[in-house]
Design a protein around this ligand. Sequence first.
Ligand code: HAM
Length: 512
Amino acid sequence: MRTSYIVMICTSAILQRRLVISAFQLGAPYATTTTTTSRRTFTSSIILSAKTEGGGGSGGRSSAAVTDKDLLSKTTGNNAQIASLLDTNPPKGTRDFYPPDMRLRSWLFSQWRSVASLYGFSEYDAPVLESESLYTRKAGEEVTQQLYNFVDKGDRNVALRPEMTPSLARMVMAKKGGLSLPLKWFSIPQCWRYERMTRGRRREHYQWNMDIWGVDGIQAEAELLSAMVSFFKNVGLSSEDVGIKVNSRGVIAEVLMELGVPQEKFAATCVLVDKLEKVPLDAIQGELEELGLEKSTIEKLTSVLTNKSIESISAVLPPDSQAIQQLSQLFTLCKSYGIEDWILFDASVVRGLAYYTGVVFEAFDRKGVLRAIAGGGRYDKLLETFGGDPTPAVGFGFGDAVIVELLKERNILPSFEGSGFDTVVFAMSDDLYGVAVEVASKLRAEGQTVDLILEEKKAKWAFKYASRIEAKYVVIVASDEYANGEVTVKDMSLGEQKAVKINALEQWAKDL
Ligand code: HAM
């Protein structure tokens, strides 16, 4: 039985070598380049993935054809038929996560989780599918026009969440005041936006969210900014790489009040002003008129928003400006946290979401090459728009795409090529396979991560394999050593080999 299995593996090995290289050649989720080889045994899914190069996540890239149709049809039978029909690319703008990509993603999430817990935040989650009405705000935001929405089989209008904040508001409201405030919660949701694809912008992304509800003071903003900086420092970035621009929408509110613009136009004005960063005033003239804003009002606003220091903007605002008082307090607190080098005032930062009411902030790459790394702000009125009680809230969202680009650009992204497994165990001959199983079980019981070689292989192959997956040790079960109750253990980093008694393996694992 084992012989016929090996024959099958050999055939698949030829295919796998070709297929796996092609799967990784182009665009992995975080565009990592890797030569990791799949350990999967022969399945039709591998054959299917041969159809296109770069199936790993570039999203919608069309492919080179299968090169050896004869070989495919001999080995897959009916599946070859399917192979010519199925596009193995994930939907445009979405990603597959092959093991090296998944290791990167898990590493990033663990960095986010550890900072969140350092700051006393508890993790929560919500469904990726929400009621569409959660997002149908009328302020002309981009995000509401980018919804992945549809009518489900029960005639309900639903949408894939484009962001987490409305779900969080829904969850808080559902408890009808039963949650003890303040609450500090975080999550890492996958979010969906039908975006125009650019560098760092995809149609799905993971987004670290940190939110504080129930604190109306600026202390909450400062704590969040400090958490963000802790993350940057932990992954090796400095204030020379990244800055966080801070502003307050209170500034806009005060200018509008001075100009006699009614308060209900505040949210839509903020959304328009944010657009001015990307498009010329003339291009949104129609939207301005619809909103009932004079061009001169917008011109006055934009001139105020060019200010880059609190002193200069104070000069054009009322002397008792609340926005300025809050911002000054925030900058003083940032000094107490020791993060003042990271934070700068920039009146042009407005952010594009309608619900922000006060301080807004945006982490950016100081070289100015990449898009915003993260963004957030205060949204004290969001719950009221859903019919809930007024409840102060502030938070940020931090995507997984731009940060990975940045870490790669600065050459400080760890390598995820290695499997991270401790030990490869293999038997030199078929009759010793049972011993190899016992050895693997002993090591696993000690908490080692063990990759047991399931097929009969030559020692040379096993060592090559162990070095490719970057295992730390190889344990070889061979007949001569086994006759003495021993196995050979090779330390892959030192290149040293030694005999270890099988009944002393647990101790060997404990002593590492
Ligand atoms: P946002 O500014 O829309 O805010 O997004 C926050 C971050 O998510 C962005 O700075 C970026 O890192 C990432 N991001 C957004 N869209 C994409 C995309 N298409 N592809 C890749 N990354 C993306 C919000 O979503 C707010 N709900 C954040 C928040 C939480 N505010 C308060 N609490």
